[in-house]
Design a protein around this ligand. Sequence first.
Ligand SMILES: Nc1nc2c(ncn2[C@@H]2O[C@H](COP(=O)(O)OP(=O)(O)OP(=O)(O)O)[C@@H](O)[C@H]2O)c(=O)[nH]1
Ligand SMILES: Nc1nc2c(ncn2[C@@H]2O[C@H](COP(=O)(O)OP(=O)(O)OP(=O)(O)O)[C@@H](O)[C@H]2O)c(=O)[nH]1
Ligand SMILES: [Mg+2]
Ligand SMILES: [Mg+2]
Lengths: 278, 292
Amino acid sequence: FRLRDVIDDDFWDELEEILLTADVGMDTTEYIIEEMKEAVDEHYIEQPSHLYEVMKDKLSEIMEKENSDMIMNEDGLTIILVVGVNGTGKTTSIAKMANRYMQEGKKVIIAAADTFRAAAIEQLEVWTRKLDIEIIKHKEGSDPSAVVYDAVVASLARRADVLIIDTAGRLHSKVNLMNELQKIRKVIKRNCPEGPHETLLVLDATNGQNALVQAKTFQKAIDITGIVLTKLDGTARGGIIIAIVHDLNVPVKFIGVGEGVYDLRPFDARNFLDALFA
Amino acid sequence: SLQERLQGIFQKLKRRGKLSEEDVNLALREIRIALIAADVNIKVVKQFTKKVKEAAIGEEIWHSLTPAQQVIKIVKDELVDLMGSVNQKVNMAETPPTIVMMVGLHGSGKTTSTGKLAMHFRTQGHHPLMVATDIYRPAAIKQLEVLGKQIDIPVFQLGDKTAPVNICRGALKYAQDNLNDIILIDTAGRLHIDEELMDELKEMKAEIRPSEVLLVVDSMIGQDAVTMAKSFNESIGIDGIVLTKLDGDARGGAALSVRAVTGKPIKFVGVGEKLSALELFHPDRMASRILG
Ligand SMILES: Nc1nc2c(ncn2[C@@H]2O[C@H](COP(=O)(O)OP(=O)(O)OP(=O)(O)O)[C@@H](O)[C@H]2O)c(=O)[nH]1
Ligand SMILES: Nc1nc2c(ncn2[C@@H]2O[C@H](COP(=O)(O)OP(=O)(O)OP(=O)(O)O)[C@@H](O)[C@H]2O)c(=O)[nH]1
Ligand SMILES: [Mg+2]
Ligand SMILES: [Mg+2]
């Protein structure tokens, strides 16, 4: 465990270092340390290991949301819109989710609405061929909203259970690209008023403080209902997610732990925190 | 902003007369907060603020009329000093072809940057060849081929069933026959902790002996930048860095961290998704960006 066996100034310094190194960020780190100092006084905590458990309990409360499960439409189509900045793992996460739903016996359709990036459609097609799922696609360079329209209409007509929409990576600071997402959302709503049932923001666990800006910007633009935190199989801890969940009141639904189709797990706050402090 | 917070501190201090070591540390604390918020690694921040303190004390700025501005100037100068490099060019081979290898974490922008560099070298009158060695990611080879078509630059590939080291061997032969003087090798994204994939990279490097290994780093990366860069440098040795997605609003503290831990220069920055969106690295612009 830790080398410290007493809660002293060195202990608080070490805890600060652990939190900051995990990308928890300065504000959240200060908040956590203040809370823990109070806890030590209130509950006469003497063992660092005891304090770590108290801290994980406290953070679990922040991270565990009642809507951590995916919102599925029990009698009809569930539409899942997947968004995020470039390279975070959207396309791969969609393949993983599609596989999950197929294994649950659901009929899944995927919309290739990244009509911009080189070989984005081909990348998704490799997955849909492997999983034997239907893909709705247009030519590269076509209007993503047109793909989404076709996909929603087709999914309703074919009575699919789940439609997952892949979108192009986009920096949240690019207003025209965020407007494009708003247009996609409108197209969904027009043809399926209760949709999208889930709008998932895919975040890369190796990102630092900018992930919080990403989350806030995407939420403001198209109302995020859940987060997929990817690449947790690396050495980055994704600590910024604590501030994100707290500030946006949005749950983490899945974590990505590798490049394979099974490398997706439902979010477990305690496991996440154990790994963060490991 | 950092300037405003430092001004606030110096206002208070001036009213109290002489500056103590503790007062100086207050200013340094603000600098530390600003750098950590910018994703500079906390250990790098520690070393850096120490340097700033030495430089500041040596300059006797603490009694000046505009101490906040002077401190900012010292911090900026130290940042530029640390990140700046005399040589921002790719190391060219003594006799062609020059071989450049692109490496880095998943999704950092290696494939796109390979295309950008190919376009950059062709504009300078070279005859580049791009090589597709990512045999893992679905449609990775196709992605590089599409980019090659966009800028009319050849892409060498042997499909996804041939080992990367053999693809490289084939590429060298092809370049010889087709008189390509620059070979850009795109590799698969990998974790620095994946021994097997890091060995693959070592094997490729030993085979083709590139004159330049470029670590492609996403400018949004957080504290992990140091662990990752150190590991790549220790495992395979890197010669330079490409920092991508700087058209975003990440402060990009990784620029400082990666430079500090590897000693290698940032040679290029990616500023967009188009293949023309590649610029040389400007340390003064980066310093201003990091300080926010
Ligand atoms: N190690 C690891 N790699 C991942 C994970 N998720 C995705 N990747 C890899 O990250 C890279 C980018 O994944 P994509 O699915 O193409 O990301 P994207 O967000 O769709 O990218 P753009 O569409 O270009 O914005 C690929 O090499 C994936 O294999 C994960 O959980 N762990
Ligand atoms: N905005 C912006 N996007 C970029 C930049 N460089 C790359 N991208 C985007 O980032 C995403 C990932 O780029 P890739 O070139 O596929 O990254 P990669 O490192 O080859 O990914 P893997 O091979 O899966 O490891 C794509 O959507 C690119 O268009 C940049 O400088 N700015
Ligand atoms: Mg994608
Ligand atoms: Mg690639």
